[in-house]
Design a protein around this ligand. Structure first.
Ligand code: SF4
Length: 290
């Protein structure tokens, strides 16, 4: 992909009056990296896997293999049946789908890394829930997923999207930015609004640590997916109101890369600090190892 920054992406889109996914598809086709047909085919296959993960996650109450997690999606669905939620039906669906996909991931069912397995619930829950509730066509949904991919790809040019390198800001944080940009596009936002939603989402999660209990992608990962899916909606909502990220999105990405370098290795997937070394986590570790 020749576009390497969000500013370049914005300029190309505005100059050619094209959407982000169109720029990406023609750029990859021109460079011989991928034909438009294959880009859409890959996105369609990913989308189908996401839908499968959600469907299966919604039905299961099974615990994870470690036994440390599972059943929260079922609890949330039960809670929503009581109609006592403050959330709109779409927001409820987003939270539910985020937990469904993440729990499905830790049960080793259908795994949809987006951009990583740990952050798998964020993009699918946001774009699929919105599409279902707003009569968005399959084509538009695929376009949104391609845009999410472009966002992740640009960030990944400056920072590895792995908790071990960048902390959870690089996994769930980037997933939230991808979801926010895709959602903003589906809502009819222009490219400036899409890119601002990315910057707004990333700004708010700088420094998010990766400290998984027992080194497993369960605690805090699963619930974090639910939180950061809603976080993506917040960023989109701000951007749709033409609220901008005063720090341009590219500079936010630079700050994120610098933050990753400054973070202690103890907080980057080593399970040697933060939540992973709390008293309860140490007790859980004994149980899991036992
Ligand atoms: S806490 Fe770490 S392992 Fe869990 S989702 Fe975030 S980056 Fe991945």
């Amino acid at each position: 992909m020749r576009v390497t920054t969000f500013q370049e992406l914005q300029d190309v889109c505005l100059k050619n009056n094209k959407k982000i996914y169109e720029v990406m598809m023609s750029s990859e086709a021109e460079s011989g990296e991928n034909t438009e047909y294959h880009t859409r085919l890959q996105a369609t296959q990913s989308l189908l896997a996401m839908q499968r993960a959600i469907k299966s996650g919604l039905k299961s109450k099974e615990p994870s293999i470690s036994g440390m997690s599972g059943g929260d999606c079922a609890k949330l669905q039960k809670h929503y049946r009581k109609n006592q939620s403050l959330f709109t039906p779409t927001l409820r669906k987003i939270m539910t789908y985020a937990l469904a996909t993440s729990e499905e991931n830790v049960r080793m069912g259908t795994i949809v890394a987006c951009p990583t397995a740990g952050s798998c619930g964020i993009v699918p829950s946001v774009i699929i829930s919105y599409a279902q509730d707003n009569k968005i066509s399959q084509d538009e949904l695929i376009n949104a997923l391609i845009t999410a991919g472009v966002i992740g790809k640009i960030v990944a040019q400056k920072l590895s999207l792995a908790g071990a390198v960048g902390g959870c800001q690089a996994e769930c944080g980037v997933a939230s930015a991808m979801a926010s940009g895709a959602l903003t596009q589906m809502r009819g936002g222009n490219v400036i609004q899409v890119i601002n939603s990315v910057g707004l989402a990333l700004k708010n999660i700088l420094g998010l640590t990766c400290d998984p209990v027992c080194g497993l992608v369960e605690i805090p990962c699963i619930k974090r997916n639910a939180f950061l899916a809603i976080h993506a909606v917040t960023a989109s909502e701000l951007a749709m109101a033409d609220i901008v990220s005063v720090i341009p999105t590219d500079e936010v990405v630079d700050a994120m890369a610098q933050t990753a370098q400054l973070m202690s290795p103890l907080l980057k997937e080593s399970a040697k600090g933060g939540l992973a070394k709390t008293k309860t986590a140490i007790e859980l570790e004994k149980g899991v190892n036992g």
